[in-house]
Design a binder for this molecule. Structure first.
Ligand code: AMP
Length: 212
């Protein structure tokens, strides 16, 4: 398995890029946030364990997340190019991946975006609860107000995209990120990416990185 991890603040564009790369180029996109939201919707035990942490903008405990990702990766074929979006978020999570030959990380792309653009990006985000498509009130408005362009479902705001929770998520990110960045940099796996650019420009740069 060839594993690339996307590091970066909430709202830095990791999910948007990973989704497009999987749709256009066949990368397998695994988002731990999406997995947890789906587990909550289906009322699975892992979702019930995670919900309170997520609603408060806190991290779900490492033990829960490591078990979830190990279980998911165990069913992915060896010859797959995987993008991990939202995992690892802590050094113990990174170590857990690297400790197994099958799930060793090949590279970590660090999405760099100035902090002042993150809050409006996140609080203005609206998502489709049916197909998962993401919009923004100002930057990517749907054609018909509050309605998904793809499946016509009414858009919602993620419960953790309110301003108060967003600020907490960014605080949590700041405390964890330095350790993660030095972990991957110390293992010569860190690639810094200026992600404050147009989506297509970033995608071209990512393709070059991923095809190396
Ligand atoms: P995301 O969709 O990546 O922004 O994740 C939404 C929320 O899910 C986060 O704020 C955390 O509460 C939880 N979460 C997702 N991935 C992880 C992880 N690797 N470790 C801990 N919590 C996570």
């Amino acid at each position: 398995m060839n594993i690339t991890v996307f590091l970066g603040a909430p709202g830095s564009g990791k999910g948007t890029q990973a989704k497009q790369l999987s749709e256009k180029f066949g990368f397998v996109h695994l988002s731990t946030g999406d997995m947890l939201r789906s587990a909550i919707k289906q009322q699975l035990p892992v979702g019930l364990k995670a919900k309170t942490f997520m609603d408060q903008g806190n991290l779900v405990p490492d033990s829960v997340m490591i078990e979830l990702i190990e279980e998911t990766l165990s069913s992915v074929p060896d010859d797959t190019n995987v993008i991990l979006d939202g995992f690892p978020r802590t050094v113990p999570q990174a170590q857990a991946l690297d400790s197994k030959p099958k799930t060793k990380v090949s590279q970590a792309v660090n999405f760099l975006v100035p902090e002042n653009v993150l809050v409006p990006r996140l609080t203005g985000r609206r998502v489709c609860p049916n197909c998962g498509e993401s919009f923004h009130l100002v930057f990517i408005p749907p054609t018909k107000k509050d309605t998904c362009n793809k499946c016509s479902t009414t858009l919602i705001q993620r419960s953790d995209d309110t301003e108060e929770v967003v600020r907490r998520r960014l605080e949590v990110f700041r405390t964890q990120n330095e350790g993660l960045v030095s972990y991957f940099s110390g293992h010569n796996k860190l690639i810094n990416l200026n992600a404050d650019k147009a989506v297509n420009t970033i995608q071209d740069e990512l393709l070059k990185i991923l095809k190396q």
